[in-house]
Design a protein around this ligand. Sequence first.
Ligand code: KE4
Length: 433
Amino acid sequence: MTDILNTTHSKEVFSSALELMPGGVSSPVRAFKSVGGQPIVFDRVKGPYAWDVDGNRYIDYIGSWGPAICGHAHPEVITALQEAIEKGTSFGAPCILENKLAEMVIDAVPSVEMVRFVNSGTEACMAVLRLMRAFTGRDKVIKFDGCYHGHADMFLVKAGSGVATLGLPDSPGVPRTTTANTLTAPYNDLEAVKKLFSENPDAISGVILEPIVGNAGFITPEPGFLEGLRELTTENGSLLVFDEVMTGFRISYGGVQEKFGVTPDLTTLGKVIGGGLPVGAYGGRKEIMSMVAPSGPVYQAGTLSGNPLAMTAGIKTLELLKQEGTYEKLESTTSRLIEGIIQSAENNGIAINGGSVSAMFGFFLCEGPVRNFEEAKTNNSELFGKLHMEMLKRGIYLAPSPFEAGFTSLAHSDEEIDRTLEAFDQSFSVIKN
Ligand code: KE4
C-alpha cells in the first residue's frame, strides 16, 4: 500500500509561504525541520482525515496538536458554531456561554474551583506563573527539562516541543534576568527537586509540570513521582501546578489529576476546551484565583478571552466527551495502535520503546526506558525522519518530530488503525536497512 503522493501544489504554496512568514509557518514545528521533506499544506479536515491541496488524503495523528479529540470538524460542533455565529463573533462583554464552559471545567477538573479563560496555553501558563508568585510572594519556579509550557520568556529554559525539535537551547532575546528564577530538574527525579528546595529555602513559588509529558515525546510519570511532588510542594509552602493544556480532557474527563488521583493547586488548560478555536484557561482553589484582577491585584486580560464562538466549540466538545464510553474507546483504539507499532518495529529488528494513556501515545526509536528528556534524546532522529517520510508517502500523518506526542480521536476506527499498522509494517521494513 504505497500511495505515491503528488505534492506539487503543497510545494508551490509552501515556497510562497517561505517568502511571507518566518519558515513559512505560523508555528515552528509545522515546518518539518527535524524530519526534512516537504511540509504538507492542508486544504480541509474531517473526522480522522486531512486532505492536502493536491487532494491527497492522510490519516491524521496530530489532530491540530490536540483539539480534534472528537475528530476534525465534528458535525455537532460545526452546527453549534453555525448557530452561534449568527449572534456575532465577539462581544468583549460577559456572556452566558462563559458561565457554561466554566461550570463544565469546574465540575470536571478536581483542582479547579474557579477558572479564567484566555486565548492560548501560553497565556494560561504565563498568567499562572504570575499568580503563583503573587500568592506565595516568592519569585523562583521549578520546571522540568523537556517540558514545554508555551513560549513565554521565563519558560524557555530547557523546554520541549518546538524548542527541543529545533535544538533551540535557551532562545535568543530572553534576558538572563528573566530566566534566573527558573530552576530546572530532570523529569521523574524527585531527589533533584528536593535538592532545589533545600538550596532555595522559602524562595520557590511552585513546581509546574506536564503530568504526562507530550513535548519531549511521550513520557509518563514514574509511580510516586506526582505524589512526591505533591508532598514536597506542600511541605515547602509552594504550589503544585499541572500544565494540562495537552492532557486536559484527553487522559480522562478530569485530566491526569483525576486519573492518577493527585490534585494540584492550580491547573492550566487549552486545546480540547476550545474544540479547535483559540482557548486557554487557568484555574484552581478560590483563595488563589480570587487574587486575579479585577477581584484581586494580579493583572491579566485579553480582548478575545471568553469569546462566544470559542466557548461554543468548547462546550459542545466537552458535551461529546462526557458521553458514556468515550475514554474506554479512546483507550482501546490507542493501545491497539501503539502495541501494533511496537510489535512491527520489533519484528523488523528496530529498537523502540513507547506507550499510550487514553488518546495520547508516543514512541522513541532507541533502547528504553525513557524516563526523562536526556533519555529521550537518545532517540535515533535520523531513522525517525526516514520513518516519518515513509509513513507520509503511505498517507499517514505523524507528528514531524520525535519530541511530540501523537493523538488519536473518537473518529479513528478499526479501519484507520489497521491501515496505519499496515503502513508501519511496510515503512519499518524499508528503513531497517
Ligand atoms: P499554545 O500557546 O500553543 O496554545 O499552548 C502552549 C502549551 C502549553 N503547555 C503544553 C503542555 C503544551 O503542549 C502547549 C502547546 N503544545 C504544542 C504541541 N507540542 C503546540 C503546537 C505548536 O507549538 O505548534
